[in-house]
Design a protein around this ligand. Structure first.
Ligand code: NDP
Length: 297
């Protein structure tokens, strides 16, 4: 039996791993949940658990005051939302787009929504699918605060923390991009490290406890260096970039001696060398942020 009235009903467009996790959490909480996916058949388990399977996206969005979109990117969400019948059915309803893409795409979608009388919030999910419905889930949202407040009760059944980052609709995507920048460059470093270690006869399992130790160094550094970056102080007293560049060169040499592509670390070393060439060799590594910002256009 539903524990929520129809005013709290939710439609989910997109039933990839994340869309299915979101729909499952709404169902577990007793929210009336309508689902739709481009490729039919992905709703089978959800329908067995009580979801309403819509045969078209227009039918799906007409079933609820709130539609949550979670597809691969904004080309996909545009392809769904900007069909005439879907746009018409969304009029006076709310869309929360939890699809990941760029801040510009979020702003463009908000402009489209405003033009068609659709209330719009943009968001991103910063944790993997198993976190959904648990305290570990992390949702970030941006857009009109009153809209966020209105839908917060039903969205909160997805678990975890829901942070409204501000009225600028692009803000959630901006955080998402910055955070995924950290994640993917770290994962690239990890994958590369495993290749170098393997070439030296060290297995990933053997390295794992030490890899975890290196990873654990990072969170406090993010807090410590935030002030440096915002204030432009870039103190390198304990680890100047000139010394860091030397350690990067060792990684390049060791990799290439095994025929392993070191272009990733060459880029990092190149940035450090440019900072040193500008006369900032005693600064900390985060001086690179200043270099990148000054050369942006
Ligand atoms: P995907 O990113 O692979 O997205 C799959 C969904 O996109 C499916 O519903 C698929 O439909 C749909 N889709 C793709 N192209 C189109 C199109 N042209 N028109 C209509 N629908 C389309 O899987 P996820 O569910 O994992 O991710 C969804 C979003 O959630 C992404 O933006 C992702 O970055 C984000 N996210 C995912 C996390 C995860 O752990 N999985 C973690 C945090 C965020 P079809 O079945 O028909 O192909």
């Amino acid at each position: 039996m539903s524990t929520y009235d129809d005013q709290s009903a939710v439609t989910i467009l997109g039933l990839g791993p994340m869309g299915r996790a979101l729909a499952g959490a709404f169902l577990d909480a007793g929210v009336r949940t309508t689902v739709w996916n481009r490729t039919p058949g992905r709703d089978r388990d959800l329908v067995a658990r009580g979801a309403i399977g819509a045969s078209t996206a227009a039918e799906a969005v007409a079933a609820s005051p709130l539609t949550v979109v979670c597809v691969v990117n904004y080309d996909a969400s545009d392809a769904i939302l900007r069909q005439d019948d879907v746009t018409a059915a969304l009029k006076s309803r709310t869309v929360v787009n939890l699809t990941a893409d760029t801040p510009d795409r979020a702003r463009d979608t908000a402009a489209w929504a405003a033009e068609h009388g659709i209330s719009y919030l943009d968001g991103a999910i910063m944790t993997p699918t198993p976190s959904i419905g648990t305290p570990e889930a992390v949702f970030i949202l941006s857009g009109p605060k009153d809209l966020h407040d209105r839908h917060r009760p039903v969205l909160s059944v997805l678990g975890g923390t829901h942070t409204h980052l501000g009225e600028d609709i692009g803000r959630a995507a901006a955080y998402d991009i910055a955070l995924l920048d950290i994640f993917w460059t770290a994962m690239a470093g990890y994958a590369h490290a495993l290749a170098v270690a393997r070439a030296e006869g060290v297995t990933a399992r053997e390295l794992a406890p030490f890899a975890q130790g290196i990873g654990a160094i990072l969170p406090p550094l993010f807090a410590e260096f935030a002030g440096d970056a915002d204030d432009g102080s870039y103190s390198g007293e304990l680890n100047p970039i000139a010394s860091a560049a030397s350690s990067m060169a060792h990684i390049v040499h060791a990799s290439e001696s095994h025929g392993i592509d070191a272009s990733l670390m060459r880029v990092v070393e190149g940035l450090a060398r440019r900072v040193i060439a500008e006369g900032h060799g005693t600064d900390g590594f985060v001086r690179v942020t200043d270099l990148l910002t000054r050369h942006a256009h």
